[in-house]
Design a protein around this ligand. Structure first.
Ligand code: GMT
Length: 373
């Protein structure tokens, strides 16, 4: 198959998932064409079946807002026609689904039919999408897609609750390459982070408000009072300065490291003992699944799709949003006993296999096949 994948190229979960899907499809012999404005961060190796088409937005003094969506549709048309694509798979509805609808209509005038599959990832529905500046276009373009998928049952339900969707939304859970995340810790790295064998807690995100990163700092402060521990913050975003200030106020800066955006998550996760995710909402929580695949238990909120990936009391614990006390006691209960920690680590790794790349990617292929032939 010749598949066009449209996504955000950044560190966000939707772009990561789309890129990993494209790489897996290419490994299976499909020809994959990424269409986006920058090389996706996880597209970091050569594969003869992978192509990258950059969307270039022309600037002009009249444009206070460069028309990315128009440029994206035009690039889609170019790639569909010249690379003879069989289908377009767009990740994150805004503006990808509406740009794909436009491209589809344009190529129809040239005698080409191209099926469009839209995968909903979360904030395109729950946060940005429901804003009235976007909502009518989001609802229309989702309804115009030939197939719609959501990354969790929760997101599927939220989408039906938010928009008048006339079509079936299929749930295809996010996935992880469990082999890749099954790594031995790099001892030298571990010694730098935790020189005295302290427990290592980890959070990775885009530091947006929805992640409630200050809750992470408070939880760590509680944990640290009970046992020797270090906290690693991976990623960057608008709430990072606030988290840094809070660390200073609590006097815990020496035990907290902000390491910025990182590509080699598997190496970082390999040294971690616990992953913290305090989000107000997560459609799925791909970062938590990657942690589990690396054998790292997760203490998280019970928001959105997180209960679909975690098993309470086995892979970690789920608490009400904002319940710092509950999350702290759960973290301590996992970390204070070697045998308990070992059990949770093994459970997390075993449960992540349910979402293995080799199980989930065929679900997308089966969906594609419905539109071909
Ligand atoms: O979490 C973010 O803010 C990034 C966002 C994205 O679109 O990249 O992540 C969403 O999609 C991920 C992949 O499907 C999910 O794992 C995240 O849970 C989801 N984020 C939210 O729903 C807040």
């Amino acid at each position: 198959m010749r598949i066009g994948i449209v996504c955000y190229p950044t560190f966000g979960g939707s772009g990561v998932l789309a890129t990993e899907l494209g790489k897996a499809l290419a490994d299976k012999g499909h020809q994959v064409h990424f269409i986006t404005y920058q090389q996706p961060v996880r597209l970091n190796e050569f594969n003869a079946n992978i192509f990258y088409h950059e969307v270039r937005v022309t600037t002009y003094p009249l444009f206070d807002y460069p028309p990315y969506e128009t440029a994206l549709s035009s690039t889609m048309v170019d790639v569909i026609m010249n690379q003879r694509l069989d289908l377009l798979h767009v990740h994150y509805a805004i503006p990808h689904a509406s740009a794909a609808y436009m491209a589809k209509k344009i190529v129809e005038t040239q005698g080409r039919r191209i099926p469009v599959i839209t995968t909903l990832h979360g904030t395109d529905i729950t946060l940005v999408g429901r804003d009235k500046t976007f909502a009518p276009v989001v609802a229309f373009s989702i309804n115009q897609s030939d197939a719609i998928t959501a990354v969790s049952q929760n997101l599927c339900d939220e989408t039906y609750r938010t928009f008048a969707i006339e079509k079936e939304i299929r749930v295809i859970h996010n996935f992880v390459d469990t082999q890749r995340f099954h790594r031995r810790p790099i001892d030298a790295f571990k010694r730098v982070i935790a020189p005295n064998g302290e427990r290592i807690l980890l959070h990775a995100s885009n530091f947006r408000k929805i992640k409630r990163v200050q809750d992470i700092v408070h939880i760590f402060d509680y944990v640290k009072k009970k046992l020797p521990a270090k906290l690693l913050f991976v990623g960057d975003g608008p709430e990072r300065p606030g988290a840094e200030t809070l660390c200073r106020e609590l006097g815990i800066c020496d035990d907290v490291r902000f390491v910025g955006r990182q590509e080699q998550m598997e190496d970082i996760l390999a040294v971690a003992d616990l992953f913290l995710l305090t989000s107000e909402y997560e459609s799925f929580g791909l970062a938590a699944l990657e942690a589990m695949a690396a054998g790292v238990p997760v203490v998280s909120t019970n928001a959105g799709g997180l209960p679909e990936i975690q098993v309470e009391g086995e892979t970690g614990y789920l608490s009400e949003v904002g319940d710092i006390g509950d999350m702290s006691s759960h973290a301590i209960s996992i970390l204070e006993d070697d045998a308990v920690l070992k059990k949770f680590k093994a459970n997390a790794a075993a449960h992540a296999k349910k979402f293995d790349i080799h199980t989930i990617v065929p679900e997308y292929e089966a969906l594609y096949n419905r539109f071909l032939g």
